[in-house]
Design a protein around this ligand. Sequence first.
Ligand SMILES: [Zn+2]
Length: 231
Amino acid sequence: MLKELKREAYEANLLLPKYGLINLTFGNASALNRGRGIFAIKPSGVDYDALRVEDMVLVDLEGEKVEGKFNPSSDTPTHRRLYLGFEKIGGVVHTHSSHATAFAQAGRPIPALGTTHADYFHGEIPVTRKMTAKEIARAYEWETGNVIIERFKKLDPLECPAVLVNRHAPFTWGETVAKAVEIAVAAEYCAHMALMSLRVAPGLASIETALLKKHFHRKHGPGAYYGQKRS
Ligand SMILES: [Zn+2]
C-alpha cells in the first residue's frame, strides 16, 4: 500500500545523514498523501544504515498507524500537527543540524543577512516561544506542533518554510518531502553563514527589504522568473 509514498519518505530520510544534517538518529522526514490522508515516516530509533523502504511506517491524519511493523518516529505527532495546520504542505523534515540548532538553543531567530537566505525565506527564520512545563509534561510532541502553529498565526508557511523550536532544533516543510529536505539544507547553510557574518560584523543589520523581496520573489510566486520554465 502506498509504496511510492514510502519510497519518497525513505529517500528523504537517507538524504539527511548524506547532507550532514543528522548524527546518530536525531532526525526524521515524512511524506504526506493528502488525498488519502496518510503519511509515511521513519520508524523510531532505527539506524539510517539499516533503514529499508519497507520499514517506513504509514500513519493517518487521525494519528493511527495504518501499516508497518515498527513504531513510527517519536516525533510523529509533531509532523501530524503540521500537516493539519499547514494545508498546502506535503513533506516535513526535522533535524538537529548544528548551526541552526545553535540558534534554536539560544532562542534566537536566524536573521536574514544575505541573498542566499532571501532565496529561500521571506524574512528571518522565526523561533517559537518556550514550551510550558504543562505542555512538556502533557502530549509533548503534539504540543511542539502547537507552538509552531501558534508562531505562524501571522506568517505564511510557504513563504517561510522553516522554524526553530526554542531550546530544541529546526523543523522544515514544503509541498513535497524532497523540498522540505532542500529547505533543511538551506536553513543549516544560512545559519552557518549568519554566524560567520555576525563574527565578521557583530551587530550586522538584516538585509535591506528591497533586496530581500527581489531575491525571494524571483524564485517564488506568480512573478518568479529564476530557473527554467515548468511545462
Ligand atoms: Zn528533535
